[in-house]
Design a binder for this molecule. Structure first.
Ligand SMILES: Nc1ncnc2c1ncn2[C@@H]1O[C@H](COP(=O)(O)OP(=O)(O)OP(=O)(O)O)[C@@H](O)[C@H]1O
Length: 756
C-alpha cells in the first residue's frame, strides 16, 4: 500500500479522469489526508488531479466535460424507426399481380418479337441463307485441308525434318522414312475404310428405306453436313451472319441511369455523389405503357424537385429528346424518391388522344371527367365544379381545342347552362350554339355590350342564389354551397351549373368603354360564383396583367399553359416561380399542339395532352347533348329559341339619370346622397342593383370620372347630416361626354397595337 507521498504512475481509471474529468470516475472522491481539498483515490493516495492541481495547475474557463464511457453507453443510437423492417415480403413479382405492369410488358415484348421475326424473316432467304452457304463452302475447304494435313501428318513436319537432319543416307534415315510412309498408308486405309463403310451404310439404307426414304435421309445428311460445314466456316470467318440490332440510344440500365443522374451533381459538390447503395440507388427499372419506368432513391440532401429542375441536362445525359424524359417526385414515399418515366416516343410523335365520351356517355360537372392523357398515356381527369379556369398559350398551340374539351365536358351534363363569348370572331365555339344559353362570336361593340349584359344577368343570378342559400335550412345546405343534390334536375331552387366562357378575354378587359365594368363583374362572379355553381373559363394568347387583371388571375384555380415563349408568361399562367421549379411550358416544341401543363389539380403541375375534338366530333356531341336536354326540358336561352335579351348599351350614368329627376323637389340643390341613389337604383333595376350600397355606387361612377362629394341634407328625423353623394350636373356632363365619344371601331386598341 502506498503512503500517499510516494510518486507513482496513474492507473487507467485515473488517466480517464484526467482526460474526461473526475466526475465520471471519482464521484465519491473525498479529501485525502495528504492535503486539504486535494481529491485522492479511494485508497487514500493523492490522485492524478492532485498532481495537476499543485504543480501543473492550469488557469482558464471550466467547460462541461465530454461524456465518459458510462454516459456513452447509456445514449442509445437515435434511429427513427421506419416502415420496412417488419414489412411483409412480396410473394409474387409485380408483373404477376398488376395488369398495369403486366400488359405493357407483354405488349412491349410481343411488339419486339413481331418486329424481330419480321426483320430476320425477311433477311433469312435473301441474305442469311446465301451467306451461310458460302460459309459452308469455307467450312468444307477447312475440313478437307484438315483431313489432308492429318493423312500427311503435316503438323509433325518440322519435327520430322529435325530428326532426319544429319542422318540422311543412313539406316536410321531409311527406318524413319519407312515409318512415316506406313503411317500415311494406314491413315489413308482408315479413310478409305470409312468411305467404304459410308457407302455400305448408304446401300443398306437404300435397301431398307427405298429410293424415297433414302433421298430424304440423304437430304437430311446433306443438310446436317452443310450445317456442320457452315458452323465451321462461320467460326473461321468470325463474323455473325445476322445483322446486328443497332439502337440510336443507350439501353436503360442501372449504370446508364446512375451515370446520367451523377452528371446533375445533385448534392451540389462535384464528385460527392457516388454510385451504389450509399448514394444514388436505382430501385427498379420496368416497362410501362409506351415507355420505361424507373424508380430511384436519390442521395440524401437531393430531392426529386432538383432533378425536375435539371430535366434538360438529364435528357441530354440519357441521350433522349427532352419530351421523352419525365422526372417527377413521389411524395408518398419521400422527397428524395424519383419516379422517372422515359417514353419511347416524343409526345408530338404519338397519335392524337381520342375524347373518351365522343360516342356515348354523359358527364357530371361535380365529378371528374377525362380531359386527355399524360405523358405515360394515363387519363388525366379534372372536376369542373368549384373551379375557375384559365387557358393560355401561343397562337395556334391549341387553346381553343383545349377550351372545347372543358366545354364539351360541361355540355354533356345536361343541367349546365353555357354562356359563350368567343371574342376572336372566327366562330370556333359556334358549334355549341344549339345548346348554349348565350353563344356569340366577335368583338364588335354589340358583342362586348352583350357580354356586359350577360355578366350582369349572371351576377344577378348569383345574388339570387346567395340569398336563397342563406335562407335555406342547414339540413338542406350542408356546406353553404350548391351541391350536386341542390343542382339536381327538378330541384325547385333551380341551381343549375352555369359555365361562362370568354375566349380571347383580353379584348373584353381592355375594352375602352366597358372594360372596367366587365373586369369588376368577372372578378365578382369569380369570387362569389364558385360556391354557387358558376364556373368562369378564360382563354388568352398572352396572359399578362392587361389581358387578365391580377385581381381576376388570383381567383383562378385551374390553369392550363400550352407552349409559351418566355418565363414571365409561363409564370403568369401557371403561377409564380413555376418556371424556376422546373415546370416549363417554354420547353414544348411547335409540334406539341394541345400539350399543356395543368396546375391546380395536383400539388405539382402535371403534363396533359388534351383530347382531340375536331369540328365534326363537336357537332356530333352537341347534337347528342341537345337531344338529352330536349328530353329533360332543359334547353334555355338562345338554344330554346328565346329572343336574346336586348343589347343594353346603357351605363350606370344613364340609370342614375333615370332615377334622378332634374328638379328633384326633395333634393333641391341638385345633390343627392349616394345611399339614397343606391336604393332608387335597386328599385328601378333590381336585377342589376339589388343590394347595392352608397359606396358601391360611388365606385361605379368613379370609372366614369365622377368623384363623390360631401352633401349636406336633413335625414329622416330632420337632423342635418353631411354624407357622400353625387351632383347631377356631373352625371349629366359625363353622360354627354361619353355619348360624344368616337365610334368604338375607330378607337385605338392598346393591346392589339402592343402585340403587333
Ligand atoms: N389536342 C390536340 N391534339 C392534336 N392536335 C391539336 C390538339 N389541339 C389542337 N391541335 C391542333 O392545333 C391546331 C390549332 O389549334 P387551336 O385553333 O385550338 O389553336 P389556338 O391556340 O386556339 O390558336 P389561336 O390562338 O390562333 O386561336 C388545330 O387546328 C389542331 O390541328
Amino acid at each position: 500500500m502506498s503512503n500517499g507521498n510516494e510518486k507513482r504512475l496513474p492507473d487507467d481509471g485515473e488517466l480517464f479522469a484526467m482526460v474526461y474529468g473526475a466526475a465520471e470516475v471519482g464521484r465519491d472522491a473525498r479529501p485525502a489526508s495528504g492535503g486539504a481539498g486535494v481529491p485522492s483515490s479511494d485508497d487514500g493516495m493523492p490522485g492524478a488531479d492532485a498532481v495537476a492541481g499543485e504543480d501543473n495547475a492550469l488557469s482558464g474557463e471550466v467547460i462541461p466535460a465530454p461524456a465518459g464511457p458510462a454516459e456513452v453507453e447509456a445514449r442509445a443510437p437515435r434511429v427513427i424507426r421506419q416502415r420496412g423492417t417488419g414489412e411483409p415480403l412480396r410473394v409474387l413479382p409485380e408483373w404477376a399481380t398488376s395488369w398495369d405492369v403486366f400488359l405493357p410488358a407483354m405488349r412491349r415484348h410481343t411488339a419486339y418479337l413481331a418486329s424481330w421475326t419480321a426483320h430476320h424473316g425477311l433477311r433469312l432467304p435473301f441474305d442469311y441463307a446465301p451467306k451461310f452457304l458460302g460459309r459452308s463452302m469455307v467450312g468444307l475447304a477447312v475440313c478437307t485441308r484438315g483431313l489432308v494435313r492429318w493423312v500427311l501428318d503435316s503438323d509433325q513436319k518440322a519435327t520430322r525434318k529435325l530428326l532426319v537432319e544429319g542422318v540422311r543416307g543412313t539406316a536410321e534415315y531409311r527406318a524413319l522414312r519407312k515409318e512415316y510412309r506406313e503411317q500415311v498408308r494406314a491413315r489413308l486405309a482408315g479413310l478409305t475404310a470409312g468411305g467404304v463403310l459410308l457407302g455400305v451404310a448408304g446401300v443398306t439404307l437404300y435397301g431398307a428405306l427405298g429410293p424415297d426414304g433414302f433421298q430424304l435421309a440423304a437430304a437430311g445428311a446433306g443438310a446436317a453436313a452443310l450445317t456442320a460445314f457452315g458452323i465451321v466456316g462461320t467460326r473461321k470467318v468470325d463474323k455473325p451472319i445476322a445483322s446486328e440490332h443497332s439502337t440510336k440510344v443507350p439501353a436503360l440500365t442501372v449504370d446508364v441511369v446512375t451515370d446520367a443522374l451523377m452528371r446533375l451533381e445533385l448534392s451540389g459538390q462535384r464528385g460527392e455523389v457516388k454510385r451504389g447503395n450509399a448514394e444514388i440507388k436505382v430501385l427498379r427499372i420496368f416497362p410501362a405503357t409506351g415507355g420505361t419506368e424507373i424508380h430511384v432513391d436519390l442521395p440524401a440532401g437531393a430531392t426529386a424537385a432538383d432533378v425536375v429542375k435539371s430535366k434538360d441536362k438529364l435528357a441530354g445525359a440519357l441521350r433522349r429528346p427532352i419530351d421523352c424524359v419525365w422526372p417527377e417526385g413521389n411524395p408518398k414515399a419521400h422527397p428524395s424518391r424519383l419516379n422517372l418515366y422515359i417514353a419511347d416516343k416524343a409526345l408530338s410523335e404519338r397519335g392524337v388522344v381520342p375524347f373518351k365520351y365522343r360516342r356515348r356517355g354523359v358527364t357530371n360537372v361535380f365529378e371528374e371527367f377525362e380531359i386527355g392523357h399524360d405523358q405515360r398515356g394515363r387519363g388525366v381527369s379534372v372536376s369542373l365544379m368549384y373551379n375557375n379556369g384559365l387557358v393560355g398559350g401561343l397562337p395556334g398551340m391549341g387553346k381553343t381545342f383545349v377550351l372545347r374539351v372543358f366545354m364539351v365536358g360541361a355540355a354533356l351534363d345536361p343541367r349546365t347552362e353555357l354562356h359563350i363569348h368567343e371574342l376572336k370572331g372566327t366562330g370556333d365555339l359556334l358549334p355549341f350554339e344549339p345548346i348554349a344559353h348565350v353563344c356569340r362570336s366577335g368583338d364588335d361593340p354589340d358583342d362586348i355590350a352583350a357580354l356586359l349584359t350577360d355578366l350582369k344577368g349572371i351576377q344577378a343570378e348569383m345574388r339570387r342564389r346567395a340569398k336563397i342559400i342563406r335562407t335555406l335550412p342547414r339540413s338542406v345546405v350542408t356546406e353553404s354551397k350548391v351541391t350536386d343534390e341542390l343542382a339536381a334536375v327538378g330541384n325547385p331552387h333551380g341551381f343549375k351549373p352555369l359555365m361562362l366562357v370568354i375566349d380571347e378575354s383580353q379584348l373584353a378587359f381592355n375594352d375602352p368603354t366597358h372594360g372596367k365594368e366587365i373586369t369588376a363583374l368577372v372578378e365578382d362572379i369569380e369570387r362569389r360564383g364558385r360556391a354557387l355553381a358558376i364556373m368562369v373559363w378564360l382563354a388568352t394568347q398572352r396572359p399578362n396583367k392587361d389581358a387578365i387583371p391580377t385581381s381576376i388571375s388570383a381567383l383562378i384555380s385551374l390553369r392550363l399553359c400550352l407552349r409559351v415563349g418566355d418565363q414571365t408568361t409561363n409564370d403568369m399562367v401557371l403561377g409564380t416561380s413555376m418556371y424556376q421549379a422546373g415546370h416549363r411550358a417554354t420547353e414544348f416544341s411547335g409540334e406539341d399542339k394541345g400539350v399543356a401543363l395543368l396546375a391546380g389539380e395536383k400539388s405539382d403541375p402535371q403534363l396533359v395532352r388534351g383530347a382531340y375534338i375536331d369540328g365534326a366530333t363537336t357537332d356530333q356531341i352537341v347534337e347528342r347533348a341537345r337531344a338529352h336536354r330536349e328530353e329533360l326540358g332543359l334547353l334555355t336561352g338562345a338554344a330554346a329559341g328565346e329572343e336574346p335579351a336586348d343589347v343594353d348599351h346603357s351605363t350606370i350614368l344613364d340609370h342614375l339619370l333615370a332615377v334622378w329627376p332634374e328638379n328633384d323637389p326633395d333634393w333641391p340643390n341638385g345633390k343627392v346622397w349616394s345611399d339614397e341613389l343606391a336604393a332608387r337604383l335597386a328599385e328601378h333595376k333590381p336585377a342589376l342593383y339589388d343590394g347595392w350600397t352608397g359606396p358601391q355606387v360611388n365606385a361605379a361612377v368613379k370609372n366614369h370620372g365622377i368623384e363623390a362629394k360631401g352633401v349636406k341634407h336633413k335625414d329622416a328625423g330632420g337632423i342635418p347630416r353631411n354624407r357622400a353623394g353625387l351632383t347631377r350636373t356631373d352625371l349629366a356632363a359625363a353622360a354627354a361626354d361619353e355619348a360624344a365619344l368616337p365610334e368604338f371601331d375607330t378607337l385605338a386598341r392598346p393591346d392589339e397595337s402592343e402585340e403587333d
